[in-house]
Design a protein around this ligand. Sequence first.
Ligand code: BGC
Length: 764
Amino acid sequence: MSYAAVAALALGCPFAFAQPNPALMGDKKAFIDDLMRQMTLDEKVGQLRLISIGPEMPAPQLAEEVAAGRVGGTFNSVNHKEQRPLQEAAVQRSRLKIPMLFAYDVVHGHRTSFPIGLGLASSWNLDAVRKVARIAAQEASADGIDLTFAPTVDIARDPRWGRTSEGFGEDTFLVSQLARAMVEGFQNGSPAKRDSIMASVKHFALYGAVEGGRDYNIVDMSPMRMYNDYLPPYKAAIDAGAGGVMIALNTVNGVPASANTWLLQDLLRKDWGFKGVTVSDHGAITELVNHGVASNDTEAAKLAIKAGVDMSMADKVYIKELPGLVKSGEVSMAEIDNAVREVLGAKFDMGLFKEPFLRIGKPEDDPVDLKADSRLHRPPAREVARESMVLLENRNKTLPLNKGATIALVGPLADSQVDMLGVWSGQGVAKQTVTLKSGLEAAMAGQRGKLLHARGANITNREDIVKYLNFLNWDEPEVTQDPRSPQAMIDEAVATAKQADVIVAAVGEARGMSHESSSRTELDLPESQQALLKALKATGKPLVLVLMNGRPLTLNWERENADAMLETWFAGTEGGHAIADVLFGDENPSGKLPISLPRSVGQIPTYYNHSRLGRPFTPGKPGNYTSQYFDQPQGALYPFGYGLSYTSFSLGEIKLSAPTMKRGGQVQARITVKNTGDRAGATVVQLYLQDVAASVVRPVKELKDFQKVMLQPGESRELTFTIREEQLKFFNAKLEYGAEVGEFKLQLGLDSQDVQVASFALVD
Ligand code: BGC
């Protein structure tokens, strides 16, 4: 039913439209101005309130609050039966009939879980990621969702931070591309479409740079680093049309983001021209008191509204404090109006004024079973998951496995449905998730091979950690401990391994270990699993590690001792099938790391695009006062952009179209990539640039372009990369954005370290 019809019905007269004037629907500004003219202060403040369904308020009370015009939207409801009465309360019973909006964290899928952010990024396939967001939007909008708190585009260079899992890794260019693809997928040209959801990019800003990787910690960062490395992904999402921005929980150079006028107004609105709605993170406004920039909630509300926080998520601060602040003159009506205008604008853009039930639909169309398997998108989930896996090692062609072999499957993650989902898995249902064990069984059905299974170890033997993980706000305990002694489990696994031709060990983290508030000081595999692997190694059987984890782990022993190692992250609903596809060679792995894997925690940060130094580490001259850790080899254990294949590739020489580029001009780099092996496979040719001498210190190299190509055995293809002046630009010490004349080194490679080099110069 259209908005006008609902309103007219409610008032019993076809012409007695409620106050939002449908006649003005063609002119957003006029429509909103007209509506705002009729709003009381309390109604305005009500629009700024975003409530979490469930924990914050019982449903009947919530409906009354909505009818009283005291709520602008909710999040965490994915159920038409919950949403419909609220929308009815809004558009039938509230004085102004302003529709509610319904939001949710649709991060890497909704009902279907796709791989976590790091996995999606490992695909280096923008079309695939756009499709993931599209499907997620279709599923979420079918559940009445109008707005998602995604994409998460925080650059993460410290894998101690648990939320590294959610984003797309360490690289500004790759994350920016993925940010754009996600927004395009969610919104599909317009958030007003029935099967679109509005994207709100998060966490603005710099959340991934929390000091020490400890969640919620401060961020203190030079402006140049901020502008060059950390801010571009948020901007890319906004430029792609993201209608919302979620404000980060952290401080930005001494001022919490939620009270940061420079961030939310000068940068976001004035410099970037953002025209959408800003939403606080969960309880962030009242937390301004904890930060110590507000002495009480009144002051917190004042700071946040003045800084530019439009909607307050899950705290009562705005609703309680803003009316009084306006009355006392400390907050102006114009400041309230600015925020209200954005909330109403977002609702307008979501199509809710035209059709408040656009995504809720009619009761007779409600899904009988929200969790029905028919509501999932399994084939695309399997496809993307196959592409998200990174082959780290493959000695003696241990992989692919033979379906005729006897395989010993061991490890605490081999048959765990819940972990496969990864965190922020929306409405993903553990029971609908394919584990590695089920995936292997399905692939081996009807084959000569045999699958043996033993758990071998718990995720960890540390009860304190298990308790912590189960304390995170899950509905039911997630980490279940096998009560047997660690040794009994290892003995069983070793006995099983001895009967097999090859061991597949599924090891890594419980999903909750890579989550919000899940920072770690160590990034090794937990000891229980290390002990298992050592015992398995001693059997002498080929050892294949299937890693499931949400952040880079330090895999030194594993690198030396595993015959093959496949990083699968948390691969989602179809994870087990997808991993089996890769292990058996039905899919040739093509994933590339979107983040460097460190050798140790002490070596962090290990990001590849670090700044140049006066005394860079010089191989072969270890005692030469060069920048290094003397007690460990230098550089990442596995570098950014790295990933093997079952085939091999070679790159020819770089051919440049010209030795110089004029301002505004371009240079083409051509290179031939050849599949030199005996299987079809895909690889990613990566283009890096280095500014040889600039007015400020620039990175050793930066990713500026890439192409993923599929090649048949023996096939070669010439690729052309076009480099434009835009790709040479950066923010200098005065934060002026531009390219400086001089030499540039262009590097093309199949990872960030093993590259061909050529040079050109930018000239005036
Ligand atoms: C997280 C956000 C999330 C919000 C709502 C917060 O704890 O930091 O990323 O969108 O909760 O679920």
